[in-house]
Write a new protein. Structure first.
Length: 71
């Protein structure tokens, strides 16, 4: 009976650790999914910018705003 009680406590403890680990992994997965979505948006914006810049004539000056200056 004592062994059954100790086994039961160990099982509960292991179960709690597994739940905690699963919650942590789920949170990490959500963070990574958000990062992937952000990178996909950045990639799409970069592709749109490249397409737009390629449509200009080669001898056309193009400027990029940098704060209160242009480069």
């Amino acid at each position: 009976l004592v062994n059954d009680s100790a086994t039961s406590v160990n099982n509960v403890t292991a179960s709690a650790r597994n739940r905690s680990s699963a919650n942590s992994i789920h949170h990490q997965l959500q963070v990574v999914r958000g990062q992937v979505a952000g990178k996909q948006r950045d990639n799409r914006l970069s592709q749109l910018t490249i397409t737009e810049l390629e449509s200009f004539p080669k001898d056309k000056n193009v400027y990029e705003g940098v704060g209160k200056m242009f480069m």
